[in-house]
Design a protein around this ligand. Structure first.
Ligand code: ATP
Ligand code: MG
Length: 249
C-alpha cells in the first residue's frame, strides 16, 4: 500500500503540493488527473524519491520513504516501475537492451533469462520485430510501448505511469490503454496513472483524484466523477471537451 500524508512541495514561491493525502490500496489503480502544471509529475517524482518533499510523509508498505537510505532505499525502489512522460529510452542502446536494463539492475538473471523475458515483454506489446532497432527509429507510440515492455519485464509491485497516452493518436492511445488494463489484471500489481486524457482515466481507474491548486479537489470513483457537480470537476471536463473541439476543427 502507498500512503501519502500531508505532503507539501514548493519550488521557491511556487506552491505545487499543499498538504495532499492519498491512499492507494494493493491491487488498485489510482488515476491522478489535473490540468497541465498542477504537479502531477512532481507527485510521481516524490513517490520514487527523484524529488524530496518539504514536509509530509510517504509510506511504501510499512516503510517511511523519508527515513530510508542505502540498501533499504534500493530495495524499496526495486518495487517500482515507472513509465515516464517522455518514455525515457536510452538513445545509444537498442530496443532489446532498453527493455533488459531494468532486469540487469537486479543482478539476479542470467543473460539467457534476460533475453527470454525481454523477448516475451516485447511480444506482449506487439513489437517482437524491433529488438535490434534504436529508439530514434521508432514512432512516439512505439517508444511508449517499449517503455511499457521495460516496466512489464521487471514485474514490479507498483507501476507509476506518467501520461501514458497523451500526445498519441486515438487508435494508439486505445491500444496502450488496453495493454495497461492487461497489466492491471494481475492482482499483485498496484498502479498510479497520471493523465489528463479523460477517457483513458475513466477506462483504467478504480479511484480518481483531481489535483487542483495544490490539493485534491475531488476523490472518488469513475461514476462519482461522472456525476459530480463540483465546480473543479465540471471545469476540468469542460476544458477537456473544448480542447477536443479545437483539435477536431
Ligand atoms: N525541478 C523543478 N524545479 C522548479 N520547478 C519545477 C520543477 N519541477 C516542476 N516544477 C514546476 O512545478 C509545477 C508542476 O509541474 P509538473 O511537471 O508536476 O506538472 P504536471 O501536472 O505534470 O503538468 P503536465 O500535465 O504539463 O505534465 C510546474 O509549474 C513546474 O514548472
Ligand atoms: Mg507532467
Amino acid at each position: 500500500m502507498i500512503n501519502i500524508n500531508n505532503l507539501h512541495k514548493s519550488f521557491g514561491d511556487l506552491v505545487v503540493l499543499d498538504g495532499i493525502n492519498m491512499d492507494v490500496h494493493d491491487g488498485q489503480t489510482m488515476v491522478v488527473m489535473g490540468k497541465s502544471g498542477t504537479g502531477k509529475s512532481v507527485l510521481l517524482k516524490l513517490i520514487t524519491r527523484l524529488l524530496y518533499p518539504d514536509s509530509g510523509r510517504i509510506f511504501i508498505d510499512d516503510d517511511d520513504l523519508g527515513t530510508l537510505s542505502g540498501k533499504s532505499l534500493d530495495k524499496c525502489r526495486l518495487k517500482f516501475g515507472m513509465l515516464f512522460q517522455s518514455a525515457a529510452l536510452f538513445d545509444s542502446l537498442n530496443i532489446y537492451d532498453n527493455v533488459g536494463i531494468g532486469l540487469r539492475a537486479y543482478n539476479r538473471y542470467s543473460e539467457s533469462e534476460i533475453k527470454s523475458i525481454t523477448a516475451d515483454s516485447l511480444e506482449k506489446v506487439g513489437l517482437s520485430d524491433v529488438g535490434d532497432k534504436y529508439p530514434a527509429e521508432l514512432s512516439g507510440g512505439m517508444r511508449k510501448r517499449v517503455g511499457l515492455a521495460r516496466v512489464m519485464a521487471i514485474k514490479p509491485k507498483y507501476i507509476l505511469y506518467d501520461e501514458p497516452t497523451t500526445g498519441l493518436d486515438p487508435v494508439t492511445s486505445a491500444q496502450i490503454a488496453k495493454l495497461i488494463k492487461e497489466v492491471q489484471s494481475d492482482p499483485n500489481i498496484t498502479s498510479i496513472i497520471v493523465t489528463h486524457d479523460i477517457p483513458t482515466g475513466f477506462f483504467l481507474a478504480d479511484q480518481i483524484v483531481l489535483l487542483d491548486n495544490g490539493n485534491f479537489s475531488f476523490t472518488g470513483s469513475v461514476e462519482e466523477m461522472k456525476n459530480s457537480q463540483l465546480e473543479s470537476v465540471q471545469d476540468f471536463i469542460s476544458g477537456y471537451n473544448e480542447d477536443l473541439d479545437l483539435k477536431h476543427r
